[in-house]
Design a protein around this ligand. Structure first.
Ligand code: DGT
Ligand code: CA
Ligand code: CA
Ligand code: ZN
Length: 582
């Protein structure tokens, strides 16, 4: 068991104890213990094996025993029993924003609330507002939180959906009876969250395909199975549909099931305006609904369907009825960015703050991937829970990076690490002074502890953009997809300030964030604001987020020239110098 999981379990034990009303001193010990374990600089396995846990300040006998049991057996009896002793409904309530153990105990004691469902009823009856320490506002927030949770449960993040879908698609591709196959739906359109995965296959032997599909190892259970259709549950509980069609129908079915629904509606209207009918089976020379093959306009590909309706081909990412028809009619669709256009990234972390790879490991890995540069922008000191660096440590890190770059240069290698910081945007200033920021290659400014009102957050971010050393704003809204709503902020006003000051905005492509949202980039681009696609990597594997980010950037209609980190290193350096020289 790795130290992250051990720390998670310790935190959970602390919370469960709190829910049981245990003494706060005891619960705090677990939370502290978790923090100590997470921050260890040597392998936890080794510490346990050498029986040296006791050397850690803050880890008492009871914790030592429990950590040892977890690490050596992968289980903890005490934890299992504790979990079983706390009602599941109370634990589920922890998931609602604004509810901690104390409030949950109060709700339980005074209103008998012991589940999310009962909480909802109590809120709707206005009983929660009457409770000491709750009030009208809290009650409204709790109801909102419950509604959000319910919606979140219906969708999956893009990374999880892709991870579940891609192996299945690869297997389908290998079956000899498969002529063509593709994903469709929101996954093919690179939406940031996915309701269900849609697969489409063309074949002369649909039954063989269905049998083969439902037997795939990535499929947990089969919900429905017909001659040409099946619905299943993939890893992670993600739903998926497979449809098998003839190869003549394939382009039409692909266009139809790729959607979006809004896009399809306009396509259908365009067909009708031309005396034709469009549906999932074909484009037909008919004024009525039909699927008669004799009336079908032959189209071998999706492209040909678009041409038949007097449109340039619209890539799947753009099919959201977001202005694509106007452009496609004029044949003026932008050439969208490709993920292979990306030459590096400008917001990432290392073991110096809360990342998992050392500077050396990062340089070796990103060079291996064929990238040209990778900025290390660890947290600033205010983010103490993420082990933020103080100015002294930042300057030490600068030296360490210079040494690594020197060695790369000596070896004749062109790859470079860039120095930097993800500096916290505080209430009335940035976490670091300008002198320090001026020494760094790359400065990302991020708001990690927002106010709960829009005006304050907007003002803080505008002030950050006005700092001449800040290159870009990080994850502008702070949202966590299917987990946390954005903090209140006037995004347009912040975008305007970025446009005025020459500050870039990040498209944080960590799949939990995808922030700034693709819908907002239409406005940002119209103002001339440049984008940086940043994985916010905390481990080397996170470099793969660049591909997801490019997909979402394509939804935002971004081209290579809109995105700063498509520039080769020398040109990037010139761009990094521009705002500072003003
Ligand atoms: P999701 O699954 O919620 O993330 O979103 P989609 O877009 O994948 O939606 P889904 O799986 O319900 O259906 C796949 C596509 O099929 C959808 O994008 C468009 C098409 N489609 C489904 N139902 C309708 C409909 O009632 N009318 C039209 N025009 N198209 C539909
Ligand atoms: Ca779908
Ligand atoms: Ca579907
Ligand atoms: Zn951040």
């Amino acid at each position: 068991m790795d130290k992250e999981r051990v720390a998670e379990i310790l935190v959970e034990i602390g919370t469960l104890l709190e829910l049981k009303g245990e003494n706060p001193f005891k619960t705090r010990a677990y939370q502290n213990g978790a923090r100590i374990i997470e921050g260890l600089n040597e392998p936890l396995q080794k510490l346990v094996a050498e029986e040296r846990l006791g050397e850690l300040k803050g880890i008492g006998d009871a914790l030592q025993q429990k950590i040892t049991e977890l690490v050596t057996t992968g289980k903890l009896k005490y934890y299992d029993e504790l979990k079983a002793s706390v009602p599941a409904g109370l634990v589920a309530m922890l998931d609602i924003p604004g509810l901690g153990p104390k409030k949950i105990i109060a709700l339980n004691k005074h209103l008998g609330v012991n589940s999310v469902e009962k909480l909802e009823v109590a809120c709707k009856d206005g009983k929660v507002a009457e409770l000491d320490g709750f009030g009208e506002k809290t009650q409204t927030k709790l109801l909102e939180g419950i509604a959000h949770r319910r919606l979140y449960a219906l969708r999956s993040r893009l990374d999880d959906a892709l991870a579940a879908a891609e192996p299945v698609l690869d297997s389908l591709r290998q079956h000899p009876d498969v002529i063509r196959c593709s994903t469709a739906g929101s996954l093919r359109r690179w939406r940031e969250t996915i309701g269900d995965v849609d697969f489409l296959v063309s074949s002369k032997q649909p039954e063989n395909i269905i049998e083969y599909f439902v037997a795939q190892p990535g499929i947990l259970s089969v919900s429905a199975k017909g001659d040409t259709k099946a619905s299943v549950i993939l890893q992670g509980g993600i739903q998926a549909d497979l449809r098998v069609v003839s190869d003549e129908e394939f382009p039409f079915a692909l266009a139809y099931f790729t959607g979006s629904k809004e896009h399809n509606i306009v396509m259908r209207q365009r067909a009708i305006a031309r005396g034709l009918r469009l549906n999932e089976y074909g484009l037909f020379k008919s004024k009525e609904e039909t699927r008669d093959p004799k009336l079908r306009v032959a189209c071998a590909t999706e492209e040909e369907i678009y041409f038949a309706l007097d449109l340039a081909y619209v890539p799947p990412e753009m099919r959201e009825d977001h202005g694509e028809f106007e452009s496609a009619e004029k044949g003026k669709l932008p050439k969208l960015i490709e993920w292979t256009d990306l030459k590096g990234a400008l917001h990432n972390h290392s073991t110096w703050s809360d990342g998992h790879n050392t500077l050396e490991e990062i340089a070796a890995h990103m060079d291996e991937l064929g990238l040209q540069y990778w900025a290390v922008t660890d947290h600033s000191r205010a983010s103490y829970q993420a082990k933020g660096l103080d100015p002294e440590r930042v300057r030490e890190q600068l030296k360490a990076i210079k040494q690594i770059n020197q060695k790369l240069a000596d070896d004749g290698n062109d790859f470079r690490l860039l120095t930097g910081s993800e500096v916290d945007v505080l209430k009335d200033k940035l976490d670091f002074d300008d002198d320090l920021l001026a020494e760094l290659d790359v400065v990302v400014a991020s708001l990690h502890v927002p106010a709960n009102n829009e005006a304050d957050n907007t003002k803080r971010l505008i002030r950050a953009a006005e700092n001449k050393y800040v290159h870009m704003l990080g994850h502008l809204t702070g949202r966590l997809l299917l987990d946390r709503e954005p903090y209140p902020v006037n995004q347009e006003a912040v975008i305007d300030a970025c446009a005025e000051t020459g500050t870039w905005i990040e498209l944080n492509c960590n799949p939990w964030r995808m922030d700034l949202d693709w819908r907002k980039w239409f406005y940002a681009r119209s103002k001339g604001v440049k984008c940086v696609i940043n994985p916010d990597a905390h481990r080397n594997g996170d470099a793969s987020y660049l591909r997801l980010g490019a997909g979402v950037a394509r939804k935002a209609w971004l081209t290579k020239s809109d995105v700063i980190n498509t520039l080769p290193l020398e040109k990037l350096k010139k761009e990094l110098a521009k705002k500072r020289s003003k």
